[in-house]
Design a protein around this ligand. Structure first.
Ligand SMILES: Nc1ncnc2c1ncn2[C@@H]1O[C@H](COP(=O)(O)OP(=O)(O)OP(=O)(O)O)[C@@H](O)[C@H]1O
Length: 261
């Protein structure tokens, strides 16, 4: 499995007369973990939706490994891109293991059963999100964080070369936030994820893109992007940014009051 190169080139997304994102360009090199950050309503989910082909660009192009994502055959796309969406309408009357096994579908012929290799992949996906003990539980009786972990496991079981995740740490306790992001970063795949927690984004992402009012206002390594000035301009908050003494990653500390920049 090789990782995918993702190129978003001058993409504009609209809903009726409204612009959701305007002329956005982003590149994720094979194997990179790219964080999309920005305030509520800045267009993060919309941009992710165009990558996993739910929202067609009004202008511009999404390319996976150089080819137009919107022209790929569905099955080919499903073997390439896996998505974990925000608040999915996922009320499966299935056991957890069966939900994770759905991730193998794009790799199988119609009605083919699970091979030993599928079983191994499903096991390792369950392990990666600490859900082995939940394997036989009914999915629809899980807690919010447990469901989120299982849906991440389903995406992992798909063995995508590009993984797109919208707020994957939503609902997760801190231990699982760290372990899931760690597992994602270690994947041989390219990962594009929207995150609200800037300190987690700073630690786990190779590069960040900042969306503000539907446009990219900054991009680059976290240490270059996360400055008090940017946080004041984009979020309207006062913050200090220091280098974390243990991790070496930028550490953002917010404090009350108006930013003075
Ligand atoms: N189908 C739609 N029709 C009209 N407006 C929409 C539609 N989808 C999204 N929007 C609007 O587009 C803007 C961007 O929404 P989006 O969900 O992409 O933001 P976001 O950055 O993911 O926000 P959050 O951090 O709250 O998840 C919002 O103002 C939203 O209300």
């Amino acid at each position: 499995m090789t990782a995918t190169e993702l190129t978003i080139a001058g993409v504009t997304l609209t809903a009726g007369a409204r612009h959701l994102v305007r002329d956005v360009s982003l590149t994720a090199r094979p194997g990179e973990t790219i964080g999309l950050v920005g305030p509520n309503g800045s267009g993060k989910s919309s941009l992710l939706r165009t990558v996993y082909r739910v929202l067609r660009p009004a202008a511009g192009q999404v390319r996976v490994d150089g080819g137009d994502a919107w022209s790929l055959p569905v099955r080919r796309l499903a073997r390439t891109v896996a998505a974990v969406v925000q608040d999915p309408a996922a009320d499966f009357d299935l056991a957890v293991r069966e939900v994770v096994a759905m991730g193998r579908t794009p790799h199988k012929r119609l009605l083919a059963g699970d091979t030993p290799e599928d079983a191994e992949i499903i096991d390792s996906a369950l392990l990666a999100v600490d859900a082995v003990h939940l394997a036989d539980h009914p999915f629809d009786r899980l807690s919010g964080g447990e469901r989120q972990r299982v849906l991440i496991a389903r995406a992992l079981a798909q063995r995508p070369t590009l993984l797109v995740l919208d707020e994957p740490t939503n609902h997760l306790d801190i231990r699982h936030q760290l372990s899931v992001l760690d597992a994602l970063r270690r994947l041989p795949a390219t990962v594009l994820l929207a995150l609200h927690d800037l300190n987690l984004a700073a630690y786990y992402c190779d590069r960040l893109y900042v969306l503000h009012d539907g446009e990219i206002t900054a991009s680059g390594p976290p240490a270059e992007v996360l400055t008090p000035r940017l946080l004041a301009e984009v979020y309207g908050v006062a913050a200090d940014v220091t280098v974390h003494p243990r991790t070496g990653a930028p550490q953002v500390t917010f404090f009350p009051g108006e930013p003075r920049i």
